[in-house]
Design a protein around this ligand. Structure first.
Ligand SMILES: Nc1ncnc2c1ncn2[C@@H]1O[C@H](COP(=O)(O)OP(=O)(O)OP(=O)(O)O)[C@@H](O)[C@H]1O
Ligand SMILES: [Mg+2]
Length: 253
């Protein structure tokens, strides 16, 4: 059984179907691209996978369990985390605190222990600090740990979002246009980081991205959607030469 099995998933908003009968299988450790023109339904797929929307038809099975009726925080606990197309950091919090809050669901001290600073709390605080710093180091953000996140340059805020998503210890990471607004150098660096995350952590990644160079060079498989329907699947090469795909993108121009 695959890590993620989506079968005939649809969502209907008063007659509009942004996602229709979508099938999607992702194996452990796979790096898959989800592409398609603007408004194709890509972000809606992420919202369905993370419980922001509930599918009106079909099923989502993750790690052997149905998750399509679960709430977002329950899905995070099962092991799916995400980043957002529009950055959603706690702007007034420091960089390291943004990562620390995402570890929350993995801590076990209670409020009283926290207030009294009992040993278990202290131990966990130290652990938390170390783990958060480890993640920041991966993204070369450790030097900014105590800065307010809103003061980071845009490219670094995008990286911080990924670091925060990893703090939830996902088995599947969903990245919604992580390179949006980045310059070519930042994009290139990000490309290597995404690949490294998969290789080092063995996490499956579903990547929405408009930067075709990025998608084509790091993804093993691509799923192309248009008007909420899958129009093509395959290796980057296969998809690149697919007439329906070329048509969908040309139609957008
Ligand atoms: N809650 C909703 N109610 C009604 N329509 C919605 C809702 N959410 C999304 N849509 C519609 O679904 C369609 C797909 O939107 P979505 O944001 O998923 O596209 P996308 O592929 O992520 O596009 P982009 O590349 O521009 O980010 C759009 O037409 C959008 O207006
Ligand atoms: Mg989108």
């Amino acid at each position: 059984m695959s890590l993620l099995e989506v079968n005939k998933m649809s969502v209907n908003f008063g007659g509009i179907k942004p996602v229709s009968e979508l099938d999607l299988h992702i194996e452990q450790g796979e790096l898959i691209g989800l592409i398609g023109p603007n408004g194709a339904g890509k972000t809606t797929v992420f919202n369905l996978l993370t419980g922001v929307y509930t599918p009106t038809e079909g099923s989502i099975t993750f790690d052997g369990e149905r998750i399509d009726r679960l709430k977002t925080h329950q899905i995070v606990k099962k092991g799916i985390t995400r980043t957002f197309q529009n950055i959603r950091l706690f702007k007034q919090m420091t960089v390291i605190d943004n990562v620390k809050v995402a570890f929350n669901n993995r801590l076990s001290y209670n409020t009283v222990e926290g207030i009294l600073r009992l040993p278990r709390y202290k131990k966990q605080e130290e652990w938390l600090q170390e783990e958060a710093m480890k993640l920041l180091r991966i993204f070369e953000l450790d030097g900014y740990a105590n800065e307010l996140s809103m003061n980071l340059p845009y490219g670094k805020q995008r990286k911080l979002e990924i670091a925060r998503a990893l703090a939830g210890k996902p088995k599947l990471l969903l990245l919604d246009e992580p390179a949006a607004g980045m310059n070519p150098n930042e994009t290139n660096e990000l490309m290597h980081t995404i690949k490294m995350i998969r290789d080092e952590f063995g996490i499956a990644i579903l990547l929405i991205e408009h930067d075709m160079h990025l998608v084509m060079s790091i993804c093993e498989r691509l799923v192309v959607i248009d008007y909420g329907n899958v129009i093509a699947r395959g290796t980057p090469e296969e998809v690149q030469n697919n007439e329906k795909v070329i048509g969908a993108y040309l139609g957008q121009a």
